[in-house]
Ligand binder design. Sequence first.
Ligand code: MRU
Length: 375
Amino acid sequence: MVDQQARTGGDKRPTEIPAIRWEEPPEGPVLVLLDQTRLPAEEVELVCTDAAALVEAIRSLAVRGAPLLGIAGAYGVALAAARGFDVAEAARALEEARPTAVNLSVGVRRARAAHQAELARTGDPTAAAVAALAAARALHQEDAEASARMAAHGLALLDELLSGGGHRILTHCNTGSLVSGGEGTAFAVALAAHRAGRLRRLWVDETRPLLQGARLTAYEAARSGMAYTLLTDNAAGSLFAAGEVDAVLIGADRIAADGSVANKVGSYPLAVLARYHHVPFIVVAPLTTVDPGTPDGASIEIEQRPGFEVTEVAAPQAAGAGGGIPMAPLGTQAYNPAFDVTPPELVTAIVTEEGVVSPVTAEALAELCARAPAG
Ligand code: MRU
């Protein structure tokens, strides 16, 4: 079941935008999500009392972005366990809610493994539920720490690659606090540059069709006080041609073993533009996004979304076949992949919490993953 409530409370630290939290009111534990489909117009929270409500929130993109999907998936398993639902069934439904971001299954499996291990050890469902929650909380905390470390590595890389005078960074989709236990991935690097006085401008792609850039990244950028400008996705080419972009910083939903990067559709064209214009194309992602089990880009399943997201204009929560304002003749077919894949040869560097891979090769990526503490 899902309930809605207006977000309350002071807003003392504007760059912190908690996207998810676990609460234990007397009626039983709940998972509270900031409904990202309602931003920036309204700050409304969804209160999930079961995994089914969370699955729906994931599908509708109320909760989204790779690292946050992992955290949400882990809490979803904990919620099912704490509420006495079938944990295996909940885990399966959560894992299948969206296919591309590997973090979702990483988070679900981690909490499920903790639950299973404790159940096998004690035979006590309450203790097993506590173990699942502890695993979710640990992942949440680790993601916050990874975020801070990625920001530091990313800023050092920018300073190494670019000359002084202030960096002009182009970004795509949304990669800040709204997708993370901390300040995010690519956006956290831009934020670190801003705080260090070295961000001249953040160029924000609007990110059609669901406008994660316009609705969410611009919201985060405005709250941080950084200089930012919104552009339509197809204006990026002329911006590069005018010499206005020093680097591209994006996140990732899955990085294959060969270094291919799946991210929000529109990332690959930016990589091509960046290569043509000799601009670094930098991917920032935690190691939970690297999937050694996916050998290459062609093996990454790309989520296909409904055509109405393209043929109608509406905030996602209002959209639905027939729910929005038509932008195309009725019955028009739409091609609407949620992600695309950038091959490793177009990626200048992958920044993770354990350090930077550049050039991007399967060997270098595997070596970095081996350094990570087991989760
Ligand atoms: O469809 P979304 O909004 O979940 O897509 C999110 C992205 O593509 C992000 O760029 C990606 O998850 C990286 S977030 C750190």
